[in-house]
Design a protein around this ligand. Structure first.
Ligand code: F6R
Length: 616
């Protein structure tokens, strides 16, 4: 959702801010703006639409200055207009703010500010120009400003309910940025020229890997040479630098036409990053130390709950199958937005895994807090290093997918599945799983990257199939067992990137209602690879076929009989059944990708969606 980049240092700020805004585009936005401080004068430029529109507006202006703030806005309070775009101002343009999050009590704060108007000097007008909660915050800080910007921010925030990641600057403090966080992440990066503040690390990676993560309730006073952090009671807080092992190159398209395609093709490499050093061939097991539990504590776990949203919840479903099959532990998956408002029955033997690419999904964070409150053992399976879920869980595992910038998640899903399989193996070997089976899983995992590479070679073939089906408005994905979550994921990828209506069903469930939907205008994409449910799935496809429906089938290499049942067959390499999602999802991702391109969609930034959903 909204993004922040700010800089103070010895270099010109504008190029850093514009480049940073482009890096933040992936989060989803509808307007953008920058403000620069030069010779005691603040200049602000904002535009609705893409960063290119903003750059065009800036191009003829001489915007100097080595301190500045910038923002991409994804509208929540107030429509998509230039007036509502950030930065927002107060004190007649002397104070500027960029803000992510939602100020819940902004209406009452606004009323109180407006009722104060009479008592304020005329040079400090409280003049609301936008409908945003952020502008209220700007005036609230202005109200408490008495020469010390950080103190003004701290006092203002003591009146605020809601979430924020914000950066404020003031014309009278040429070298100071004040940043504060509650619920919306902020990262501070440092290099030899100065300091960067951003809503995530991606815009900073071009300059440095040395970062500091603000925690909730912290305020930082950042100058070109120093960072001082405080809590909201104005007490100094000691913080440490951390190192992020992502690099700028990973966050580039590297010759691919879209991030989504690049990230699909990243999968063999990042999959290896996810499993490297985490399995033990001799003992046929996995070794994920981050779980922070002794072997005995792991043996005492008698139930696993996965909480996640969207694609991460599909990965979680595969984790459920794996935990039940390999470890014999009952496992459930619940979307975080439901879990957080239920009355979940949880005890100290329940292990809750929060799964999230961004580590910042608001519902998943809330679910983590609820599970912890109820006494569960809560662990994270997360991609973004230093993210809120990574910090708030008492251990867990990074999935090492690298920066994922396309809104539609692909490689993060794959690596979530990889880590879940490793966990299921580790728990299994501590319980009932034999060395022989454990070794088979490890051996099969080690062959996956090569099979992924082979599968990716199908891209052009899949493009032709997508072309053939691009005129349809509906599509049904069918899978059974471990391939049902794959069908769900294929369906989600298609609908979110190409806007084609799609559904996903377990093959055996079709007769109970959904079969009525099918007609020659409603094609089916079936996953019918050779596993223990192959015959069952075959019968389901025959039922579909008997109704004159067009069928695409994903089948195992060598299964020539699949041709009899389908108009188009995509053959994938065989692997162990539990590992099939790691291979079978790839053609579905490619199908969605090519379909979206053929239909002229904004592939990396589908309409109405944001990469990390930081509001409820
Ligand atoms: C779909 C997609 C979303 C995310 C969901 C959770 O392609 O990307 O469904 O999976 O918003 O996001 P994270 O994993 O960041 O918690």
């Amino acid at each position: 959702m909204c993004g922040i980049i700010a800089y103070t240092g010895i270099g010109p700020a504008l190029p850093i801010l514009i480049r940073g805004l482009r890096r933040l585009e992936y989060r989803g936005y509808d307007s953008a703006g920058v403000a620069l401080l030069d010779n005691g004068l603040l200049t602000r430029i904002r535009a609705v639409g893409k960063i290119d529109v903003l750059s065009e507006k800036i191009k003829d202006q001489e915007l100097l200055g080595t301190t500045g703030i910038a923002h991409t806005r994804w509208a929540t309070h107030g429509g998509v207009t230039e007036e509502n775009a950030h930065p927002h101002t107060a004190l007649g343009g002397k104070l500027m703010i960029v803000h992510n999050g939602i100020i819940e009590n902004y209406r009452e704060l606004k009323e109180s500010l407006l009722s104060d108007v009479q008592s304020l000097p005329p040079e400090e007008p409280v003049d609301f120009k936008s409908q945003t909660d952020t502008e209220v915050l700007a005036h609230l800080i202005a109200k408490h400003y008495q020469g010390d910007l950080r103190r003004a921010v701290e006092t203002a925030l003591s009146h605020v309910r809601g979430t924020y990641g914000l950066v404020v600057m003031h014309a009278d403090h040429p070298d100071i940025l004040v940043a504060a966080r509650m619920g919306s992440p902020l990262v501070i990066g440092m290099d030899s020229t100065g300091h960067y503040i951003a809503s995530d690390a991606t815009p900073i990676l071009a300059y440095t890997n040395k970062v500091m993560f603000l925690d909730d309730g912290e305020v930082a006073e950042v100058t070109s040479t120093s960072v001082k952090t405080y809590n909201l009671h104005d007490e100094y807080v000691e913080k440490h630098l951390e190192h992020i092992d992502w690099d700028e190159k990973q966050a580039e398209r590297q010759g691919f036409s879209h991030f989504m395609l690049k990230e699909i093709f990243d999968q063999p490499t990042v999959f290896q990053d996810a499993i490297r050093g985490r399995y033990n061939i001799a003992e046929g097991t996995a070794q994920l130390g981050g779980i922070n539990l002794t072997d005995n504590q792991m043996r005492e776990i008698n139930r696993v709950i996965f909480i996640a949203c969207g694609t991460a919840s599909h990965a979680a479903m595969i984790g459920k199958y794996a935990f039940e099959r390999l470890a014999g532990i009952p496992a459930e998956v619940e979307v975080a937005s439901e879990f957080r408002y239920r009355d979940p029955v949880i005890d100290t033997h329940t292990l809750v895994f929060a799964i999230s690419q961004s580590g910042e999904t608001a519902d998943t964070i809330a679910a983590v807090r609820e599970a912890k409150r109820r006494g569960a053992v809560v662990r994270g399976i997360v991609n973004a290093v230093g993210s809120t879920i990574a910090r708030e869980t008492d251990g867990g595992t990074y999935i090492h997918a690298g920066p994922e910038l396309a809104v539609a998640s692909t490689k993060a899903y794959t690596n979530m599945v990889a880590v879940l399989l490793l966990y299921a193996l580790q728990f299994g070997r501590l319980r009932r799983l034999s060395l022989a089976t454990g070794t088979r899983v490890v051996d099969a995992l080690r062959e996956v990257a090569e099979k992924m590479k082979q599968t990716l070679q199908l891209s052009e073939e899949i493009k032709k199939i997508a072309q053939k089906y691009s005129g349809y408005r509906d599509m049904m994905f069918l899978g059974r067992g471990i391939n049902f979550p794959v069908a769900l994921e294929g369906s989600l990828k298609l609908k979110e990137t190409s806007y084609i209506h799609s559904e996903a069903y377990p093959g055996g469930e079709m007769k109970h209602g959904a079969l009525a939907l099918l007609s020659p205008d409603f094609p089916v994409f079936g996953i019918m690879t050779k596993n223990q449910l192959y015959e069952k799935m075959r019968s389901n496809i025959e039922e579909v076929r008997a109704r004159g429906v067009n069928v695409i089938l994903l089948a195992t290499e060598g299964d020539s009989s699949a041709q009899e049942l389908a108009d188009d067959v995509i053959y994938v390499p065989e692997t162990m059944e539990l590992l099939e999602p790691l291979i079978n999802t790839i053609p579905l991702q490619l199908f969605a990708y090519h379909m979206a391109v053929i239909l002229g969609r904004d592939v990396d930034r589908p309409r109405n969606l944001a990469k990390s959903v930081t509001v409820e």
